[in-house]
Design a protein around this ligand. Structure first.
Ligand SMILES: Cc1ncc(COP(=O)(O)O)c(C=O)c1O
Length: 391
């Protein structure tokens, strides 16, 4: 019988409006920053912390099983059952550092990023480029140009493209990148493809077979409804067989039943991408929260979540049109993230008004990022537009 503290039962779709721990008043539109905690996972976390006070509460075999159960569920829900392709790492930055150290650009090469990309997917490449004498090239959309066209143009204009390291949507305002076309263009140039899907996995579909990335990373605490400190790194067959991890941790090795780490030789890596498993991920609390978030995702299904959140951001766009604020909309945004483009002289007042109404979102120099979680209702988002119009 599995321990209910490790594997709490997900809630039904019909209960989604009350599924999260949130203040009684206000509206949470900051899922792109972090998922609010699921109520039942909060309760499980408390029970687990209490249980940890009893020595031996989690037998070693069960502890190891919980690592594999979490990996298997992630593979099932998100990675086409490719359990051997998955490693657990503490952050997106860690996973991207694994990619950067295994795919080092050569002197004179170029690494393509999107202008304004999240720093975990920028800094490590900047450092690698300094180390080897390569350069980071940023795709910058021209006026009226889509992100995808900007990336495709930059790929065509960059003579020594070695690596493209991108996402599925812009983390600032949700504008989509069409990864089918981009992946084709990257592969046609013989370059490597790295994807940070921290802002899309769990909502937008991923096509590993079509995109053929070298590495994929995603945090677990946003759209996967898990926790900080446990992120996913998927490695293509080439790298899971030959890649070098950043650190050499016991969870990544197979010491056999005697847990033997002899002086003469290191035990071999565990199978597949497990060689990249990092220290800290075996924390039972992180594993339970991660497993619980994935189980919830499995129950709710990413496609249903995308459709539901698409209705919410669609209602937002329609309400902006109805209020004569069409130029506040973000064109080409993902279903779950968008940006409200606020005239600069009204931004401060809008942020004050949102705060007074308990609307949680992320301010940006050009407006605010809005990222509803499952459970937000269309009428609530229409109300947000009214508050914005009056601010
Ligand atoms: C696109 C993207 N990648 C990664 C992260 C987090 O990265 P890390 O786990 O390295 O802090 C975020 C956080 O907002 C993000 O938006």
């Amino acid at each position: 019988m599995p321990d209910a503290r490790l594997y709490p039962t997900p809630v039904q779709w019909e209960q989604r409006h009350t599924a999260f721990v949130l203040p009684a008043v206000g509206l949470y539109l900051d899922g792109a920053a972090r998922s609010p905690r699921l109520q039942h996972l909060q309760a499980a976390a408390h029970a687990l912390i209490d249980a940890e006070a009893t020595p031996g509460w989690l037998p070693y075999a069960e502890w190891l099983d919980s690592i594999e159960a979490t990996r298997t569920l992630a593979a099932q829900v998100l990675f086409n059952d490719d359990v051997d392709g998955l490693a657990m790492v503490p952050s997106a930055a860690h996973g991207l550092a694994v990619a950067a150290h295994n795919l080092p650009p050569q002197r004179g090469d170029a690494v393509l990023v999107l202008d304004g990309q999240f720093p975990s997917n920028l800094l490590v490449w900047q450092q690698r480029c300094v180390d080897v004498g390569a350069q980071v090239v940023a795709a910058q959309p021209r006026a009226g140009e889509s992100l995808t066209d900007a990336v495709l143009r930059t790929i065509a204009d960059t003579p020594r493209l070695a690596i493209a390291t991108l996402s599925h949507c812009d983390w600032h305002d949700g504008r989509l990148l069409h990864l089918d076309a981009i992946a084709d263009a990257v592969h046609a140039r013989g370059a490597a493809l790295v994807l940070d899907l921290s802002q899309s996995l769990g909502v937008l579909p991923m096509d590993l077979a079509r995109w053929r990335p070298d590495f994929v990373v995603s945090v677990g605490y946003k759209w996967l409804m898990g926790t900080m400190g446990l992120s996913w790194l998927w490695a293509s067959p080439r790298w899971r067989d030959s890649g070098i991890p950043l650190e050499h941790h016991w969870v990544a090795r197979d010491p056999g039943p005697d847990w033997a780490f002899p002086l003469e030789a290191m035990p071999s890596y565990r199978h597949g991408a497990r060689r990249f498993d990092a220290g800290g991920i075996a924390d039972p609390l992180r594993l339970a929260m991660t497993h619980g978030g994935l189980a919830q995702l499995h129950a709710w299904q990413p496609a249903r979540i995308a459709a539901s959140l698409g209705e919410i951001t669609g209602a937002l766009d329609a309400a902006l049109d109805a209020c004569g604020m069409s130029d506040w909309k973000t064109i080409g945004h993902a279903p779950h993230i968008t940006g409200l483009r606020v005239p600069v002289d009204r931004l401060e007042a809008l942020i004050v008004a949102f705060s007074a109404h308990g609307i949680a979102c992320s301010p940006r120099p050009w407006g605010v990022r809005l990222a509803p979680m499952v459970g937000v209702r269309a009428e609530q988002i229409v109300q947000v537009v009214k508050i914005a119009a009056d601010a």
